[in-house]
Design a protein around this ligand. Structure first.
Ligand code: TLP
Length: 342
């Protein structure tokens, strides 16, 4: 039985072209700046995102941590959404390793932050307060269902940041999903941000890696912090080789994942007892509410049919489409749900 794994796009395996590129990668010691494949990936990433420079890191979590630490001093404060990945799922790293205070403001339905909340969260110059040093935004927004925030939605947040002379960091783990869904060049989507982390190892199907993009000066700082965190890697071209293939061949195909997610969402929405907010299905994620009690949960019976997804508690499920999942898999998933819900 084929297992249809919709838990995350992180389960994607490298493409045959990536395996070949990994095998043939030209390598050197990246701590000396001498790995040509890493240098190539970093230059490509910076160019595509319209930033001056880039830095390969091990993961999205490391990318966000290195970025926040590069923007902030100990005792500074970062403003972020209470539903964002950095606040909820990164083990409190920015506080643990950076001594950075977090100010979490309520996340709006589509993952954005209310400009008035942002404005209020920015600290005045008072010895009682920490110093506000950074605003973090996430796009696509994972917990909101993979919503892609448009430049029109980001604009009012950026305006507040600009007025207070604050930099903005983007957790763009799935930024290419956002740009493909919005039909915009990725450069345009990330323009208001002074730094961006994006992941190679999610929808782009690489085995490992994320990339931080920003100004030359910012990446210079970030390189030292990555070193301090033990994140400098030597012949990292092994990782970067897959990243180069990803940027060349795996971005446009994300549209297929989005079509499959919509197909899945529409199929599930027709099943009595399942509720899907179709408007939020913009990229490769489908959030489902199960309006029926399963004494031992729904994951077990679906798993027995070879379908995997995440149970986020209180009847909320997350299903993610990705490379390796096709229309037939979606059909099979919908049929399995129909059988289990009956
Ligand atoms: N998200 C994972 C899990 O942690 C839930 C997933 O399956 O969605 N930012 C965002 C928006 C993310 O969704 C993730 C991973 C990260 C950062 C962290 O990336 P990694 O796992 O590479 O550290």
């Amino acid at each position: 039985m084929k297992v249809i794994d919709l838990r995350s796009d992180t389960v994607t395996l490298p493409t045959p072209e990536m395996r070949e590129a990994i095998n043939n990668a030209e390598l050197g010691d990246d701590v000396f700046g001498e790995d040509p494949t890493v240098n190539k990936l970093e230059a490509m990433a910076a160019e595509q995102l319209g930033k001056e420079a880039a830095l390969l890191v091990s993961s999205g979590t490391q990318g966000n941590l290195v970025s926040v630490l590069s923007h902030c001093q100990r005792g500074d404060e970062v403003i972020l959404g209470d539903q964002c990945h950095t606040y909820r799922y990164e083990a409190g790293a920015v506080s643990a390793f950076g001594g950075i205070h977090t100010f979490a403001v309520p996340t709006m339905e589509r993952g954005g932050l209310d400009p008035t909340d942002l404005e209020e969260a920015i600290r005045s110059d008072d010895p009682h307060f920490p110093h506000t040093a950074l605003i973090c935004i996430e796009n696509t927004h994972n917990l909101s269902g993979g919503t892609a925030l448009s430049p029109e939605e980001i604009g009012p947040m950026a305006e507040v940041a600009q007025r207070h002379d604050l930099p903005m960091h983007l957790d763009g783990a799935r930024i290419f999903n956002a740009s493909v869904a919005l039909g915009l060049d990725v450069e345009e989507v990330v323009r208001p941000f002074s730094s961006v982390t994006f992941c190679l190892s999610k929808g782009l199907s690489c085995p490992v890696g994320s990339v931080i993009c920003g100004s030359e000066e910012f990446i210079y700082k970030a390189r030292r912090i990555r070193k301090a965190l033990g994140g400098s890697m030597r012949q990292a071209g092994i990782i970067a080789a897959a990243g180069v293939v990803a940027l060349e061949t795996m971005v446009d195909r994300l549209a297929e994942d989005h079509v499959n997610a919509r197909f899945l969402a529409e199929g599930l929405a027709e099943i009595p007892g399942l509720q899907v907010d179709l408007e939020r299905v913009q990229t490769n994620m489908v959030m489902v509410n199960v309006q029926r009690e399963f004494p031992d949960g729904i994951v077990g019976p679906m798993d027995a049919r070879g379908i995997k997804f995440l149970d986020r508690g209180r009847g909320r499920l997350r299903l993610v489409t990705h490379y390796g999942i096709d229309e037939a898999d979606i059909q099979q998933t919908v049929e399995a749900f129909r059988a289990v819900m009956n």
